[in-house]
Structure formats: C-alpha cells, structure tokens
Ligand binder design. Structure first.
Ligand code: HH2
Length: 277
C-alpha cells in the first residue's frame, strides 16, 4: 500500500498530470496516453510525493466531459503508474463514478473541487470508498465562477464553508483523518481582492485542524500582479513565492506543475528553517 500522505512531517509536493485537451496551463500537451505516462514518470523523477491525475479541466468555460470519457482518460494512466510506482495517486474529479473507477485502478485520494457537492451521491461514495478526500472551496460553479465573485470576509467565509463540508463528510461516514481542506485559490475569487487576502489568511484555514492542500501553481492572479509573467509557464517565480507563503502558514501539501523547482525551493526553505537558532 502507498504511504498515507497526511502523515508526512514535511510539506508534500503534489505533481499535476492533466490528461485533458484544454487545461489552462498545459493546454493538451499530455492528452495522449503515452505523453501523460511519460510526464507522470518525469514528475516522479523530479521528486513528487504524490500525483494528482485530472481528466476534466475546471477552467471557466471548459467543455464538460461525460463520466465514461473521463474514466477512459484517467483510469489507464492511474493503472499504468500504479504498475510501476507505489507513489500515492489522487484523482481530480467531481464525479463519483470516476472516483470509484480511479480507486479500483489504484488511486487512494479523491480531489473534488466541489467539496463533494456535485451530486447527492458524492458524500456516500467517498465514505464507502474509504479514500482520502480533498474538500475544496469554490464559489458558484466552474463554468461561471469568475463572473462576479462576492465576499464580505473571504477568509471567514471560506473557513466556514470548509468546516461545514468537513462536518457533512464526517456525518456521511468519511473518517476525520481522511479529510484534507483546500481554500480553492482562483475558484470563484477575484484575481487580487479575494485571492491575496485568502493567501494572507491561510493560517486561519490551517487552524481548522485538517491538513491543507494549496493550489497556486501558474494561476492567473500571478499574471495580474506581474503582467510580464504572461503565459502560464512564465509564472514560475510567482508560483514558488505563493507556495512558500503557504508553507510558512503551515499547509501540508502544494499542488504544482513545476515539481523539481518546487521541491528545490522547499529543500532550501527547510534548510534555512533548521539553521535558525
Ligand atoms: N486547481 C486546479 C485544478 N484542481 N484541485 C485542488 N484541490 N486545488 C486547486 O487549486 C486546483 C485543483 C486548476 O489547475 P489545473 O489542473 O492546472 O487546470 P485545469 O483545471 O484547467 O485542468
């Protein structure tokens, strides 16, 4: 059995593998099965502690994918990785049928950007599967979430939502120690007015008492702060800065595209922290 990531003592690096034609940062580069497996192998060699496999883009306006098509994208890849590596594998999906097929193929974590709200079945399926779950905050729904996000106090509202979703999961039978929380940077959040206070207040999300996963890699708020960053793969510096801010606040894992660079940033960060007298 793969190690349970939640028990790790240091922040983990979750490498992103999108098997989609339309993901915001990779735009279909790894949509072909062989390319996706080669990319997963490269991320493992780069030092990923776990992999997150996604078969449907969550970007605003992305085309919906049927459960059968999503399963056909992610399951062969999960099985192929599992055949050669014991690394924990997460599946990034809103659909219980996809989560179920992914766990049967060797995944151990269900990363759900809707926090198990997409269909009524989601909570019961997560409890039945007994897998780890990532409950992420999202205001609205993916296709329209960036239209007009509104908050009075973004940190308090995200914390209240995540607490309520954790309680709903536990009430449905998900074990407390299987639950991760994620503030959902970029999901129904104004580029700077909401994402930045949320990143500044991450310690209050960490204080809820669950391991926190943070996804900031290559996100658009970085380009809003530094228009010279331009295309997603020009946002590495901002991605590392935001990931380290999360680590300073106590997050348990960062979800990233640039695994090697993030792993190196964490090595240097920890070495400096250890040298403090
Ligand atoms: N971000 C994305 C997708 N899934 N899951 C969690 N838990 N947290 C995140 O911040 C998060 C996520 C968006 O990034 P990406 O997968 O690169 O793009 P796309 O959804 O277009 O495939």
């Amino acid at each position: 059995m793969p190690d349970r990531p939640a028990t790790a003592a240091r922040p983990l690096v979750m490498g992103v593998v999108n098997v989609t034609p339309d993901s915001f940062s990779e735009g279909g580069r790894f949509a072909a099965p062989a390319a996706a497996l080669a990319h997963a192998r490269a991320l493992i060699a780069d030092g990923a502690d776990l992999l997150d496999i996604g078969g449907e883009s969550t970007r605003p306006g992305a085309d919906p994918v049927s459960p059968a098509d999503e399963i056909a994208r992610v399951v062969p890849l999960i099985a192929a990785i599992r055949a050669e590596s014991a690394l924990p594998i997460s599946v990034d999906t809103m659909k219980p049928a996809v989560a179920r097929a992914a766990m049967a193929a060797g995944a151990t974590m269900w990363n759900d950007v809707t926090a198990l709200r997409h269909v009524p079945d989601s909570l019961a399926t997560a409890a039945e599967l007994g897998c780890e779950v990532v409950l992420m905050h999202l205001q609205g729904e993916p296709r329209t979430m960036q239209a007009e996000p509104r908050y009075d106090d973004v940190v308090a509202e995200v914390a209240a939502f995540l607490t309520a979703r954790a309680e709903a999961a536990i009430a449905a039978g998900v074990a407390r120690d299987r639950i991760w929380l994620d503030p959902g940077i970029g999901f129904g959040k104004h580029m700077t007015r909401h994402n930045l206070p949320l990143l500044g207040g991450l310690d209050r999300i960490v204080a809820l008492g669950f391991p926190v996963l943070l996804g900031v890699s290559r996100k658009r708020f970085i380009a809003a702060l530094d228009p010279a960053g331009g295309a997603p793969d020009g946002r590495l510096g901002g991605s590392l800065a935001a990931a380290l801010a999360g680590v300073a606040a106590g997050v348990a894992a960062v979800r990233v595209h640039d695994v090697r660079e993030t792993a190196q940033a964490l090595i240097v960060w920890r070495a400096i922290a250890a040298a403090k007298s």
